[in-house]
Write a protein that binds this ligand. Sequence first.
Ligand SMILES: Cc1cc2nc3c(=O)[nH]c(=O)nc-3n(C[C@H](O)[C@H](O)[C@H](O)COP(=O)(O)OP(=O)(O)OC[C@H]3O[C@@H](n4cnc5c(N)ncnc54)[C@H](O)[C@@H]3O)c2cc1C
Length: 434
Amino acid sequence: MEKIGIIGCGISGMTLAKKLREAGAAVEIFEKEKAPGGIARGFKAEGWQDSVEFFYHHWFQKDHDLLGLIEELGLKDRVKFRTPKTVMYHKGKFYPFDTIPAAIAYPGLGFGIHKVRFGLAGVYLKLTKNWQALEKVTAKEWMTKYAGEFAYKTMWEPMMLGKFGSEYADRVNMAWLWARIYSRTTSLGTFDGGMQDLYDIFAAKLKDAGVKIRFGAMVNAIEQADYGKFRLSGEGEQWSDFDKVIVTTSPQSMLGLCDALPEGYKSQLAELKHLGAVVLCVRLKQPLSPQGYYWYNLPKSEGYPFLALVEHTNFVPKERYNNETIIYAGDYLPRGHEYFSLSADELLKKLIPGFRKINPDFSEDWIIGASKFAADYAQPVPFINHSKAIPAMKTPIDGLYFVSMSQIYPWDRGMNFAVRWANQLAEQVLGNRE
Ligand SMILES: Cc1cc2nc3c(=O)[nH]c(=O)nc-3n(C[C@H](O)[C@H](O)[C@H](O)COP(=O)(O)OP(=O)(O)OC[C@H]3O[C@@H](n4cnc5c(N)ncnc54)[C@H](O)[C@@H]3O)c2cc1C
């Protein structure tokens, strides 16, 4: 029986483990944290029925790979789709922007030529599948040319700046923006009980099927013995005799794990750029959004100290959280930004003016508590012709594989694609495809 080691117990690692175990392999997962779920995992405060994710998460109706996996796990009935409201800013007010009629009514583009060009470009992007042509230009160039400079500056530039910062916003390719427009739905899904329940049940099912999962097991090095088998080293521990090893961490972590990788592959990993994320999850005694909105896209140029305000309890009923209101204030930021080093309370102080801009009645008395979550590796950045820069999942070392959010393309990183890529990689590992 082939012995396969998987580093990481996020959705990719668990999907790989399922496929490989079903094919008869002996599978062992190594996870540095104490629980499964990776960057999509969550927590539950006392008195709550459901968990919330550390970083806001929802699914789309087109997420067929993920929804198919959940169905295979026998948990389809626990997926709940709802249609909460997403809003955009214009001159001090927020307007719904998640349906075609709402986009037509949005005043930011006026009602003349700008809106017509914006609409036509949007229709084209919803219909075309030719992302290969779109990755040759930047989103800025394409949108300015077809939707018009006014529409780009009003609609897309604030989002690109928020997501990628001034260093990268103008360099991201159009295929990335196409994929976001193409694949999103207004109905958003989540897991009844919170997504952490899904990962806990998935991990328990894997264990029942014979997969060994080691939590609190940080892997520091991967080496290959003379006789070809792999050895993993952790803190004072070693695990040996793996025929194959699959790494599901970040490119930077992969670089540190395996010295023996050839220089060409290492430099491909090193060239991949990404941003981190900092999120403050705040528990309130009463709702923040006066209109019951779920997702606020915020322009930093208007003085908002974060990119998105997400009122989770306008998506999942607050009764599940002991009637508390749960909001997230989130941002994508380069490592080194001061938000990474602030405590939750310090960050809260910086963000409160943003809460007041959304609801002038907001009072600090409403706050029950705040938790800060930060990740160095949160949003890969795809430049022009990114498809040619992606390192192969099969590394040049025979038997060693790597899959990460940076290889998911042209789609934006997301759990659905993590599942799809993991399924494809499992086929490669099993020798069923190149
Ligand atoms: C802010 C934010 C919002 C998001 N929103 C959404 C959303 O709304 N919808 C959606 O579908 N997706 C969303 N995503 C993306 C989604 O979270 C990811 O696509 C998915 O969770 C990636 O899963 P993964 O298993 O590939 O990686 P990860 O979840 O990162 O798993 C990797 C695992 O490896 C472990 N690990 C790392 N190094 C080591 C080591 N040396 N030894 C042992 N273990 C190690 C980590 O602890 C982790 O558990 C969001 C991501 C972020 C950051």
